[in-house]
Every structure is written in C-alpha cells, then in structure tokens.
Design a protein around this ligand. Structure first.
Ligand SMILES: C[S@@+](CC[C@H](N)C(=O)[O-])C[C@H]1O[C@@H](n2cnc3c(N)ncnc32)[C@H](O)[C@@H]1O
Length: 324
C-alpha cells in the first residue's frame, strides 16, 4: 500500500497535472528539477540548498572505498533489519543531498518518502532517483507541513536535522504524528553534553557568520581552511585537543574517516564548517530532554543515548515506538 500525497494545508489528495501537483480545489505546487515543491521556496534553509548542491556527492558512500560510513551509521542508529524493511513505507525528513536516501534505496526493498525544506532535494534527486524511481518519492517540504496523512508510515527517521529546526519539540511531535501506531521512529541530533557545550567558537561566532552572504562565508572558510586544518592536528599532537573548540573549524579528527585523502579532507572540512556556521538555527539538546519529548508526544522510548559509530565518534540517538 502506498502513502497518499496530500496538500498539507487542506488535507486534499494531490495529483500530478502536467508539471504540477494539484488538489481538487485547484491549489497547485510546481515540480522543479523532477521534485514537487510543497512549500514556499524562499525559507530559512536556503544555506542548506546552496551547500548540498555545491557538495552534492562529497558525503555519499562510494562503492570502492569500503567505508560505507552512511550505511553503517543508518543501521547502527536505527537497528532496523534490512529484510524486515521489504515492502515497508519509510519516511525520511531532512534528507540533504541524500546520503541516507541512497542507503535505503540500495540496501532495502522499502519504499522511501523523503523530504527536505531546501533545494537540497535537487541534489538528492540527481544522486538517487535513478536507483529505484518506483520506490523513491521526494518532495521539498517542511517537517511542520508534511504532505502525508498522520499515522501513515511503518518507519520514520530524521538524522542531523532537528537541531536546525526552529522548534525542536514541535519537530519531534510532527515526526511521531506521521508514524503508524506500533511504528518505530529514530532521530539523531547535536547533544548538550554539559555547560561547556556552548563554549565553542561556533556558538560565539554564529550570530555573525549566519548573517554573512553564502559567497562571503565560503570564501572566508576556503581562505583559512589550510592553516585551520594544520592547527587542529597540531593541537591534537601536542595533547591539547580540547583547545580545538576555540578554532573556527569543524571537528575534523574525531568525525572524519582517517582514510580520506588530503584533498577529500579539505573538501569535507569546508563542507562541515559551512554546515555549522551558516544555519539560521542550531539548538542542541540533552538526550534526556529529547526522550521526554518522545514520551510526551505519544512514543515509548526504546533507546536514548550514544551509539558508537567509530573509535572516536558516537551519535546521540533517541528511538521510540508510537503508542496505539
Ligand atoms: C545538516 S543537514 C543534514 C542532511 C542529511 N540528513 C544528512 O545527514 O546528510 C540538515 C537538513 O535539514 C533540513 N531542514 C532544516 N529544517 C527543515 C524543516 N523544517 N523541514 C525539513 N527539512 C529541514 C535542511 O534543509 C538540511 O538539508
């Protein structure tokens, strides 16, 4: 059974008419670059659209590198069984350039409904639509106005997104609303680990950097990335890794695979640094608080903690099952 696509504003079914989706009241949403756009195109996630189209393939798993970072992360964080996903309807919210969409389409026989609020959907469509067009339904839409009925999905996941939404609690509620009773929901997010979390160059500089034009921010990052990478590794070698929180660059050593070439490491660093300094919203949360949100909005928590992804890096994850 497929999931109905509806107009989130009035609940009416949307049908394809020419190059639009349209409801019976005549409201239309354009299909651009292959993807229906069920929201205003100009919104607070524009930075992500720019970022994911500029670095469309940077973080996609590659067949030949044997690393499969996104595949390992997806299964480590969801604990879902590939075989069990056959024929299931999965909702992915905030898919970016589609590294996890690719994992689902290539490793399962599930049908994937995926949304992102930004033009990152263009990159995702180009990266992944060819894999299984009959099992891939992609939309530009917001977590707060998803074009699907409530209680529709067998599984829901949302990775790396919730801290970038304006209202974390409302976002968790929106995800749980779309899950069927008994369905699993898995999320990961930036954690608050203690009072020191926000004592970090990112949180000090963001009020400024998020207001810069994307070109200006990219050129600042590109112009400084080489010495920042050197300084980052030097501090680690000197046993002063803790001081890296004061360098305006992403966490390179602990979150990137050690096998990246020099050029790849530079590209990943530019991407991740832009990803941290450009968003309008960055609201990390305590894991226990996110677990409470799950319980409050009708899901029983089955896991709330850190899932180890590598020797140095763990993701903060909450999983739950929607109550009937
Ligand atoms: C850091 S990226 C993560 C992308 C992808 N999940 C990944 O891990 O590669 C965060 C994504 O969340 C999306 N996003 C932010 N607010 C959103 C909202 N209200 N609804 C849907 N997506 C949203 C952004 O457009 C962006 O692509």
């Amino acid at each position: 059974m497929s999931v109905n696509v509806i107009n989130p504003r009035n609940g009416l079914p949307l049908k394809k008419v020419g190059n639009h989706l349209m409801d019976e009241a005549g409201q239309q949403y354009p299909i651009l670059n292959g993807v229906p756009r069920i929201c205003e195109l100009d919104n607070y996630t524009e930075n992500f659209g720019v970022q994911w189209n500029k670095f469309a393939r940077t973080q996609l798993d590659r067949e030949n590198d044997g690393l499969h970072i996104s595949r390992r992360r997806f299964f480590a964080e969801t604990h879902w069984d590939r075989e069990d996903l056959t024929g299931k309807n999965i909702l992915e919210v905030g898919s970016g350039a589609g590294r996890f969409s690719k994992v689902v389409l290539e490793n399962t026989m599930a049908t994937l409904y995926s949304v992102d609020y930004s033009d990152a959907v263009t990159a995702n469509y180009n990266n992944n639509n060819h894999i299984a067009p009959e099992r891939f339904h992609l939309f530009q839409a917001s977590i707060y106005e998803l074009p699907f009925p409530d209680n529709a999905f067998d599984k829901v996941f949302c990775f790396g997104v919730l801290q970038h939404t304006p209202d974390f609690d409302a976002s968790v509620k929106a995800l749980i609303n779309k899950a069927k009773p008994g369905a699993e929901i898995a999320v990961d997010f930036y954690p608050i680990k203690g009072w020191w979390t926000k004592i970090n160059a990112k949180y000090i500089l963001r009020p400024l950097t998020k207001r810069l034009s994307h070109d200006r921010l990219f050129s600042l990052i590109e112009g400084n990335v080489d010495w920042l990478i050197k300084a980052h590794f030097l501090l680690h070698r000197m046993g002063l890794g803790l001081l890296n929180r004061f360098l305006p660059v992403c966490n390179i050593k602990d979150s990137f695979p050690a096998t990246l070439t020099q050029a790849e490491l530079r590209e990943w660093t530019i991407l991740d640094t832009f990803d941290q300094y450009s968003p309008e919203h960055d609201h990390p949360q305590r894991i226990a608080d996110v677990a409470k949100m799950f319980e409050r909005h009708g899901a029983t928590v089955t896991f709330a903690g850190f899932e180890p992804l590598s020797k140095e890096w763990s993701a903060s994850v909450v999983r739950g099952v929607k109550r009937g």
